[in-house]
Design a protein around this ligand. Sequence first.
Ligand SMILES: *[C@@H]1O[C@H](CO)[C@@H](O)[C@H](O)[C@H]1NC(C)=O
Ligand SMILES: *[C@@H]1O[C@H](CO)[C@@H](O)[C@H](O)[C@H]1NC(C)=O
Ligand SMILES: *[C@@H]1O[C@H](CO)[C@@H](O)[C@H](O)[C@H]1NC(C)=O
Ligand SMILES: *[C@@H]1O[C@H](CO)[C@@H](O)[C@H](O)[C@H]1NC(C)=O
Ligand SMILES: *[C@@H]1O[C@H](CO)[C@@H](O)[C@H](O)[C@H]1NC(C)=O
Ligand SMILES: *[C@@H]1O[C@H](CO)[C@@H](O)[C@H](O)[C@H]1NC(C)=O
Length: 586
Amino acid sequence: MSTMKVVILWMSYFFVLWNTVWCVTRYSIPEEMERGSVVANLAADLGLDISGLAQREVKLDIFHSTKYLDVNKKTGELTVVEKIDRESLCTTKTTTCFLKLDLIIESPLRIFNIELGITDINDNAPHFRRDKIELDVLESASPGERFSLPNAFDPDVGANTVKTYKLSESDHFNVDIHSGSDGTKYVDLVLTKELDREEKAVHNLILTAIDGGVPARTGTASIIVRVQDTNDNAPQFEQAVYSLNISENSPAGTLVIKLNATDADEGSNAELTYSFTLYTSEKTQEMFSLNPNTGEIAAKGTIDYEDMKIFEMFVEAKDNSPIPLAGQCRVTVYVKDMNDNYPEIAIKSLRNTVEENIPVGSVIALVAVSDRDTGDNGKVNLKMNMLLPFFLNKSSDYLYELLVSKPLDREMVPEYEITLVVTDRGNPPLSDNETITVNLLDVNDNAPRFPQTFYTIPVMENNAPGALLSSLTAIDPDLHENQYLVYFIIEKEILNTSISMLFSINPENGNLYALKTFDYEIEKEFLFHIEARDSGVPPLSSNVTVHIIIMDQNDNTPVIVSPWRAHGSVVEEKIPRSTDKGTLIA
Ligand SMILES: *[C@@H]1O[C@H](CO)[C@@H](O)[C@H](O)[C@H]1NC(C)=O
Ligand SMILES: *[C@@H]1O[C@H](CO)[C@@H](O)[C@H](O)[C@H]1NC(C)=O
Ligand SMILES: *[C@@H]1O[C@H](CO)[C@@H](O)[C@H](O)[C@H]1NC(C)=O
Ligand SMILES: *[C@@H]1O[C@H](CO)[C@@H](O)[C@H](O)[C@H]1NC(C)=O
Ligand SMILES: *[C@@H]1O[C@H](CO)[C@@H](O)[C@H](O)[C@H]1NC(C)=O
Ligand SMILES: *[C@@H]1O[C@H](CO)[C@@H](O)[C@H](O)[C@H]1NC(C)=O
């Protein structure tokens, strides 16, 4: 079989060569003709007798190819039996594509060479090998930069192949088309405007390849342009200046603020590190910590308003790019005063012993008050805790005078404990107190005083001389010599006799004595004064009236004195006879 085929092939070839010289019948048909389409009437064209053809053996030999065509023996028509695809028939990209066939008619043998030109129709659309093209473009790429794109492929030829490309609407990109020496159209993506990743990180484009057929066919590929970040954005804080308050005594670790800078870039270009700049004082850095990763500022030590009232921090956020960019902000922390300091009292001067007769309005003490807090927390008020004969006169915000407001009397209150209470106006208020003691010195301001103003002393007559009659005691509330009393009888004459001849008084204790024996029948009473005098300078004294009453005893025998008669004789009385009844006789 195979040997025979080879022989036939060889023979056919021989005739083709031979026939070409003489006669090649040429036809041209478009590709893709429908099955059954008539290409030509070979009988008519080759001058064959149709009636005789039916008895003869007719064979159509197609070189190196599928049996696309056949000959109708009855009509002599060359018809399409299978669609001819030019592109699969002629793989080379030539404009001309032939199908060579021999019409072999036996008895007698005749061979006709037929050349069937297959013309291209636009039956293929341009096609991209990949329908998704991904491109990474640096954000910093400058306009004019080109990026090669894979070209589309269209198996058609001539005008039916790729003619041009189109790019979907884009503000940043364009396409530039150029032809290769073989007419292939190449396409470049051209950057027309600077990119900004922060504005648009991915550009989705559609590239359309269009062939020159009528109607034109197209093929598309999507182009995804990913913009690669460059560090073109500096970190930025929301505010340039942050002002905030913190209460003093906030414990270590208290969060003050969480700074949050943002960087529009991405990746390490947007990773931020926070730090204090050199403008931030050492002292402030000792008091506050800054977390480099989170931007949290926290108190490190206990914050004392009395130590520092305002802290200023200068913070920088820097991105982690090899060529970093930085942003700055200022944080001002105002420390709020808390009422954490007790007010204080300082006694600047004090007269702690004064004479009781000190004049009203005299200054006893000078008192200074203070409070380290500020505002109301530092405003203080000084008071006494009870009503005393003293008065606080404010001479300045922080100085008071303690004055005597009423006359003092040592005999009533010898010593004052004055508690001064200082209170601030904080909430809650704090207070402190200080007690001062003022001692009063005695002044001889009290005269001795007898319990009674008048003493009546009864004395039996015939008393023994030197007998104690009574004890007169005066009282003096003063102290010491102002209290030491001396008693004496105020001199007076009675019946040409000095009173001091009759009575005596012990000067020290006021014991009153009779100096002689009294006789009721001679003197019945005595009236005199006794004075008590203290030893003050000058001395004070007072006196009392003493009334001595002599009391009678039955020490005398009765005697008839009238009518007189001689001692031991009888009294005789002579009366007339006519004396009436009731007449006085003696
Ligand atoms: C800080 O305190 C002041 C006065 O008390 C007040 O006027 C201001 O609004 C406060 N600031 C903040 C951020 O709370
Ligand atoms: C920082 O601020 C940005 C924008 O305001 C916000 O999206 C982000 O969550 C914030 N980050 C933190 C840690 O607060
Ligand atoms: C209180 O002090 C002021 C000034 O220091 C003075 O003018 C005033 O007289 C004083 N008042 C009394 C009651 O001493
Ligand atoms: C004085 O202060 C002490 C403690 O400092 C306190 O116990 C006392 O109650 C205070 N006295 C007055 C009268 O405020
Ligand atoms: C008192 O003495 C005076 C003279 O010194 C005398 O004249 C008088 O009579 C006397 N009186 C009595 C009561 O003794
Ligand atoms: C006795 O005291 C009163 C005043 O208390 C005085 O007037 C009088 O003179 C005094 N008498 C004598 C004798 O000193």
